[in-house]
Design a protein around this ligand. Structure first.
Ligand SMILES: Nc1ncnc2c1ncn2[C@@H]1O[C@H](COP(=O)(O)OP(=O)(O)OP(=O)(O)O)[C@@H](O)[C@H]1O
Length: 325
């Protein structure tokens, strides 16, 4: 087994493995007449990679947006548990009072109505489906921005390299260097993000979320738009984050095959409802899951067939036009 010595823990939660970390409790979300989520309940346990999969439009991103506070469900509750004295709890400071219930050594935070920045302060970090990095800044600068929640001095003064900000930057820099090491970004440390290949940019985004020292890492389709080799690499890095840094992960993914190898638990959504929950083997054998995925494949095949017919028709018309000319 691979082991590395790190000075900093990149994991922001100190709950014992296997305890409930995040509880999504009967949430429903509507956009006008569209029911994006219907009565969804999911429990993510400390130490797990928990995948949420489902066909297009199933509600995966909506669920992630509810957890991270971008959307507020009309019904239900989302709770995060942290161990008292953990990095996540300390980082919250004065912001935690309004949504926290103390329960012995474990603190329960109701996330449902909180804005995204307060949820981030509680240690819930996320990456986005589309890359949300500063392309004119270097990898190192983007990763340092991931530390902003923990910085007492402003990011700007840190960049100007003055006084206490300088000492603070050195401290944060050590942690960022460990993230660079974990995700093997040494060679591109000083490269502008905009000049990097897509797969490497996605890795930098993962790194920036990790720099928050998250209690929970939410990854929204980190492998979208990647070829098979890039997907395999990304899966390896996510496993490293999990196995070496011990960070709990919620992974949204479209491709069922990719997540089955790396996940501890899988929840399956279809048309906004949860249709299955369990280990990868349990979920793979579930008839409702097979039907949802085969149904989606059938629809894809029908669309492809229709596109092929249209293309054929266009080619025929063009040939006839040319003959006439
Ligand atoms: N901001 C919004 N306004 C209106 N409808 C929305 C909004 N966000 C999502 N929806 C709708 O909610 C449903 C679920 O969408 P969502 O993006 O959560 O699905 P998904 O499983 O993430 O899909 P994909 O795999 O294609 O990203 C869809 O019908 C979508 O059109």
């Amino acid at each position: 087994m691979l082991t590395r010595a790190y000075q900093h823990s990149l994991r922001g939660s100190h709950l014992p493995a296997g305890q409930p970390l995040l509880e999504v409790d009967n949430i429903s979300l509507r956009f006008g007449g569209v029911k994006a989520l219907r009565d969804i309940s999911i429990t993510v346990s400390e130490g797990d990679i928990h995948a949420i999969i489902g066909p297009n439009g199933a509600g995966k991103s909506s669920l992630l947006n509810c957890i991270s506070g971008l959307y507020h469900p009309q019904e239900g509750e989302i709770r995060l548990h942290t161990a008292a004295g953990s990095g996540a709890t300390e980082a919250v400071g004065a912001h935690r009072a309004d949504a926290e219930r103390a329960d012995g050594p474990v603190r329960t935070h109701t996330l449902t109505k909180l804005p995204p920045y307060k949820i981030a302060r509680l240690g819930v970090a996320r990456s986005f489906q589309n890359i949300e990095l500063f392309s004119a800044m270097t990898v190192l600068e983007n990763l340092m921005l991931g530390r902003h929640i923990h910085m007492k001095k402003g990011v700007l003064s840190s960049m100007l390299w003055v006084g206490p900000a300088r000492r603070q930057e050195i401290e944060h820099r050590q942690l960022v260097e460990e993230v660079i090491d974990l995700l093997q970004l040494q060679a591109v440390r000083n490269t502008h993000v905009g000049a990097l290949a897509y797969g490497v940019q996605k890795r930098v985004e993962l790194g920036r979320a990790l720099c928050l020292q998250p209690a929970l890492l939410l990854l929204d389709e980190p492998m979208a738009g990647m070829n098979a080799e890039e997907k395999e690499d990304m899966a390896r890095y996510i496993l490293d984050v999990h196995e070496l840094a011990h960070v709990s992960v919620v992974l949204i993914e479209h491709d069922m095959n990719v997540v089955m190898d790396i996940s501890d638990q899988v929840s399956v959504l279809d048309f906004g409802a949860k249709i299955a929950d369990g280990t990868p083997d349990e979920v793979k054998a579930d008839p409702a899951v097979i039907e949802a995925y085969l149904g989606a494949e059938d629809e894809d095949a029908e669309v492809q067939e229709a596109v092929a017919l249209m293309e054929e028709q266009v080619a025929q018309d063009a040939a006839e036009e040319e003959n006439r000319g």
